[in-house]
Design a protein around this ligand. Structure first.
Ligand SMILES: *[C@@H]1O[C@H](CO)[C@@H](O)[C@H](O)[C@H]1NC(C)=O
Ligand SMILES: *[C@@H]1O[C@H](CO)[C@@H](O)[C@H](O)[C@H]1NC(C)=O
Ligand SMILES: *[C@@H]1O[C@H](CO)[C@@H](O)[C@H](O)[C@H]1NC(C)=O
Length: 163
């Protein structure tokens, strides 16, 4: 019984601190004529997070390039390429990443530069803050999500205290 409760608590906590998936461009996706600098300035990326590119695979693709490739819209020295139309890319290093569309889109704004921060710069407050925000939001909407997980953790702690 106690073990089972402990397992649930661990699972709930793991859910709260799990990696974020940053959907490039939000609901506009990976398309021309979007300022991806504005988009990335609005996000904080940490090692272990994902970014996902969503686009028409017949029209665009995703190439990871270096700074020169980013600045000049060339694919020389490409470090990786994706073309499924729904690509999840794990940000596994703390560094600056550069992505462009390799089929023409780069000169129409399809270029993205992001700085990935080490986890040591992401103290527990980040998770706590985002969980609290989500919980406020979900309380406001009356929807589950993190809010209900927090409630679950609270309940579990309460139960544990009584075992
Ligand atoms: C995107 O927005 C940034 C910040 O306002 C600006 O500096 C940059 O020139 C814009 N890029 C394009 C391609 O419009
Ligand atoms: C930045 O984030 C806020 C809050 O999530 C959102 O309302 C806004 O549209 C975002 N701006 C851009 C340029 O993505
Ligand atoms: C894309 O990836 C494949 C396999 O990893 C590689 O053979 C090909 O050269 C890459 N293309 C570019 C433009 O980097």
């Amino acid at each position: 019984m106690a073990l089972w409760v402990l397992f649930l608590v661990v699972a709930a906590v793991a859910t709260i601190v799990s990696a974020t998936d940053h959907i490039v461009g939000g609901n506009k996706g990976w398309n021309p004529d979007i300022n991806y600098t504005l988009w990335s300035n609005n996000q904080t990326f940490y090692v272990g997070d994902f970014i996902s590119f969503r686009y028409q695979k017949t029209q665009h693709n995703v190439l990871q390039v270096n700074k020169m490739g980013y600045d000049s819209c060339t694919i020389e020295g490409a470090l990786g390429n994706w073309s499924s139309g729904k690509d999840f890319i794990k940000l596994d290093k703390s560094k600056r990443y550069y992505f462009i569309c390799g089929i023409g889109g780069c000169s129409n704004g399809m270029k993205l530069s992001i700085l990935v921060h080490p986890l040591s710069q992401s103290p527990p407050p980040r998770s706590a803050v985002s969980a609290v925000h989500s919980s406020e939001k979900s309380a406001a909407n009356g929807v589950g999500g993190f809010g209900s997980i927090l409630v679950l953790v609270g309940l579990m702690a309460f139960v544990c205290a009584w075992i």
